[in-house]
Design a protein around this ligand. Structure first.
Ligand code: HEM
Length: 137
């Protein structure tokens, strides 16, 4: 262990539910007012619940996603939605703003956002730039 108690997960390091739940509520509020709002259902309570369950499981917290939704298959689940570089950038803008406004510990933020950037880049399923590693998000 590197200075953490053995029971602590990366999800706990991020602040756990106390940080992620309000962060994601803020995030989907920003999405609702963003250029990509029309991709999402009019009411995003369920979208937010899926994302919260995913984040918890992804960061080693309680496994709330796969018992509910099965294997994430995130890229496949995003294929019905036209996601080009501009859409990924807009998603990330909302996420960066939500993280900045959140109570997530400062030292965790770059690591969290880097993972979101990598995942967002992997969701790009159309657009002239293709799926190279050269996207500037
Ligand atoms: C790149 C830009 C992205 C766009 C435009 C986008 C858009 C969407 C849309 C429209 C949905 C469907 C919402 C619903 O059915 O309620 C969705 C679902 C979801 N997205 Fe994204 N997304 C993006 C990136 C990401 C990233 C980076 C992650 C993870 C870090 C993510 C995780 C999820 C999850 C977990 C779901 C729910 C899947 C399910 O169980 O049905 N998305 N996304």
């Amino acid at each position: 262990m590197t200075g953490h108690a053995a029971h602590m997960s990366r999800y706990d390091d991020l602040g756990g539910d106390a940080v992620l739940e309000p962060l994601l509520a803020d995030f989907y509020g920003r999405i609702a007012g963003s250029a990509i709002a029309s991709l999402f259902p009019p009411t995003m309570d369920e979208t937010r619940a899926k994302q919260a369950a995913f984040q918890s499981e992804f960061w080693g917290g309680p496994a709330r996603y796969s018992p509910w939704r099965g294997h994430p298959r995130l890229r496949a689940r995003h294929l019905p939605f036209p996601i080009g570089p501009a859409e990924a950038r807009e998603w990330l803008r909302c996420m960066r703003e939500a993280v900045a406004a959140s109570a997530m510990p400062e030292q965790q933020r770059p690591m969290f956002l880097m993972q979101m950037e990598r995942t967002a880049a992997a969701m790009i399923n159309r657009g002239e730039e293709g799926d190279t590693g050269e996207l500037r998000l």
